[in-house]
Ligand binder design. Structure first.
Ligand code: SAM
Ligand code: DTB
Ligand code: SF4
Length: 340
């Protein structure tokens, strides 16, 4: 890892018990420790706004129990949408850029990437996003080394491929691919010199040990993943996890804080599940080390926080984080300031 003088905190040998002990420590001590690590490694006022777009929606052959896009979950009410064209995607990316996004993430509901017209279109999208001066991230399912190389050549910043949970709980959630399949793709991503965006979901019925085991697995990567999204399950009707209760906001804070301590230099992304947090709980997640959010009214298929509410939140965080563009989807900070 790159930060000079701080190597002592970057460990690849965390064991699960140590991580559980951190996770279960008194909440205020946990947040205080995470916050100190955060300050050591990051500018705490820098919270990145990433924008997310589903470029091909639904009909996925995988059976991930949480995901509305799986073709296995026939009760889910979701409109399948064919692959979008590069022109359509880049028009949306330009709006996200104007609204202040620094990173544009594109997701396709594929099991794996197939070479051909659609992959060529993704490469054009990546080139276009980079030309706008944003970081580009894609999440396309499994990829091989040659495909990772082509994405790198197109200028891709990061590839998102989540481990989702610990290895012992994984097969309760997904049966159509293994943990090792996930690790293989991550190896291809790293091999091509693309940044790794890899995290998971809490609230799927797993225990703290499973959350800790996922973090221990992530910490074994050397260097650590540059980007770590932490999602709280958004239960979607018709999926096997559709009736799960929402994650308690302080459990979300605990997971963010623990992630920050185990992976000090990574960008920790407060991802799905943010829309049901109060703004105070979101700020607490940021104090505990979260330094990115997804900005824009939708995630892939589920609603996100309204842009005007995020503009108001960033305005409240202060000048460093204030809304950059008067023509944001919410009408800019002026409009946001009037929001409740
Ligand atoms: N097909 C690709 C894959 O699985 O890598 C990319 C898309 S997938 C939707 C990206 C990530 O979104 C998943 O790995 C999962 O962590 C997260 N996700 C999907 N549905 C979710 C839900 N209902 N609640 C929280 N996170 C979810
Ligand atoms: C990630 O870990 N979370 C984002 C991003 N990576 C691609 C996706 C969240 C999806 C939530 C469910 C949906 O909107 O379909
Ligand atoms: Fe497909 Fe990804 Fe959803 Fe799994 S998480 S069903 S691989 S789109």
């Amino acid at each position: 890892m790159t930060r000079p003088g701080a190597d002592v905190f970057l460990r690849n040998d965390w064991n699960v018990e140590e991580i559980i002990a951190i996770h279960d420590s008194p909440l205020l001590s946990l947040v205080a420790r995470a916050s100190a690590v955060h300050r050591e490694f990051h500018d705490v006022d820098d919270v990145q706004k990433a924008s997310l777009l589903s470029i091909k929606t639904g009909g996925c052959p995988e059976d991930c129990g949480y995901c509305p896009q799986s073709a296995h979950h026939k009760e889910v009410k979701l409109e399948r949408v064919h692959m979008m064209s590069p022109d359509e995607v880049l028009a949306i990316a330009a709006k996200a850029r104007a609204a202040g996004a620094d990173r544009f993430c594109m997701g396709a509901a594929w099991r794996s990437v197939r070479d051909g017209r659609e992959f060529d279109a993704v490469l054009a999208m990546v080139r276009g996003v980079r030309e706008m001066g944003m970081e580009a991230c894609v999440t396309l399912g499994m990829i091989n080394a040659a495909q990772a190389g082509r994405l790198k050549e197109a200028g891709l910043t990061a590839y998102n491929h989540n481990l989702d949970t610990g290895p012992d709980y994984y097969d309760k959630i997904i049966s159509t691919r293994t943990y090792d399949d996930r690790l293989e793709t991550l190896k291809a991503v790293r091999g091509a010199g693309i940044e790794m965006c890899c995290g998971g979901i809490i609230g799927m019925g797993e225990g703290v040990a499973d959350r800790a085991a996922m973090l221990a697995t992530l910490a074994r990567f050397d260097p650590h993943p540059e980007s770590v999204p932490i999602n709280a399950l958004t239960p979607v009707k018709g999926t096997p996890l559709g009736d799960m209760p929402r994650v308690d906001s302080l459990d979300f804070v605990r997971m963010i804080a623990t992630t920050r301590i185990v992976l000090p230099a990574s960008r920790v992304r407060l991802s799905a599940g943010r829309s049901v947090l109060s703004r105070e709980a979101q700020v607490l997640c940021m104090v505990a080390g979260a330094n990115s959010i997804f900005y824009g009214e939708a995630l892939l298929t589920t609603p996100n926080v309204e842009a005007c509410a995020d503009d108001a939140l960033f305005a409240a965080l202060g000048p460093q984080g204030a809304c950059k563009a008067p023509d944001s989807p919410a009408g800019g900070c002026g409009a946001a300031a009037a929001a409740p």
